[in-house]
Write a protein that binds this ligand. Structure first.
Ligand SMILES: C[S@@+](CC[C@H](N)C(=O)[O-])C[C@H]1O[C@@H](n2cnc3c(N)ncnc32)[C@H](O)[C@@H]1O
Length: 271
């Protein structure tokens, strides 16, 4: 098993050379992901990996791909989307002229397209702006491309209906060979940006922040720091939505939020 000392040395080197700070990522998943990279690339040890990072650039993207988990789906955990559809977005629409939404950790964009579809169906798209951010430029590029394997569309469609989708999901993409290409108009009000939740400060204030299935990869210390950042990024009365398997229970800054829906992990910054 990879030793803690080796991981410390590795994360320190990554930080010095690439500027990404993974020192407070959850250790068990970090250890697993690094081991996978060693096995995949047949790199004998963590110390060899450290030497490669110092000597060569090619490993940079491989490393980011392995350490950050990009798994995602459209309308993932659909019940939470029902809550956004029925309660959160209509309330925001009543209170503000332009709803500002931030996807922190947007991965390949399925969550962003889901939000755009939801806003269109509610009739709020034109009065909304969506910011979508991730640490990884390559994954942002695939979000911008908006092409997904047809094999994934079955689950996406199932989630869409469970999220009370009002049309057929097919209305929002065209099938080309084995891929689904999302309708470009869904991205008209979307801006993508590279953003590192560990070290960057939010550039704006938002009415709704989705940071779903991201905190789970951080240790308690980093979760606390990032949660404070998300809190600061919200307007008073703004909502935060995290993944349903995530918990704020052990995170210090959590008491600042009011719980709106415990099972769907929707919280509100008090007015
Ligand atoms: C598992 S995906 C979650 C995607 C989507 N939010 C969802 O729930 O389906 C986690 C994403 O967080 C991103 N991520 C990891 N560390 C990050 C950081 N420090 N700053 C910003 N994004 C980060 C990863 O690149 C990845 O795309």
């Amino acid at each position: 098993m990879i030793k803690e000392r080796e991981l410390e040395n590795l994360t320190k080197t990554i930080m010095e050379i690439y500027g990404w700070d993974f020192r407070d990522y959850a250790i068990s998943s970090l250890r697993r992901r690094i081991q996978r990279l060693l096995d995949l690339k047949k790199i004998p040890s963590v110390d060899d990996l450290v030497e490669m990072i110092k000597a060569d650039e090619w490993i940079k993207q491989e490393l980011l791909d392995q350490i950050t988990v990009n798994t995602t789906e459209m309308f993932r955990e659909p019940e939470a989307w029902v809550k956004l559809r029925r309660k959160v977005l209509p309330e925001l629409q009543k209170k503000t002229e332009k709803i500002s939404i931030w996807h922190a950790g947007c991965s390949s964009g399925e969550e962003v397209f889901s939000m755009a579809i939801l806003l269109k169906e509610l009739g709020y798209y034109e009065s909304s702006e969506i910011h979508a951010a991730d640490i990884d430029q390559t994954i942002i590029n695939s979000a911008l491309e908006g092409q997904y394997a047809m094999s994934k569309m079955e689950l996406n469609t199932k989630n869409y209906y469970a999220a009370e989708g009002q049309e057929e999901l097919l209305k929002y993409y065209v099938k080309k060979g084995n891929n689904a290409t999302m309708d470009r108009s869904l991205l008209e009000n979307v801006q993508f940006e590279i953003f590192d939740l560990v070290k960057d400060e939010p550039r704006s204030k938002y009415h709704l922040v989705l940071c779903r299935n991201v905190l789970i990869y951080f240790n308690q210390n980093l979760q606390t720091q990032v949660l404070q950042k998300l809190y600061d990024s919200l307007f008073p009365g703004g909502y935060l939505c995290i993944g349903t398997k995530e918990s704020l229970m052990w995170v210090e800054a959590s008491h600042r939020f009011k719980t709106i829906d415990q099972s769907n992990k929707i919280y509100q910054k008090p007015l």
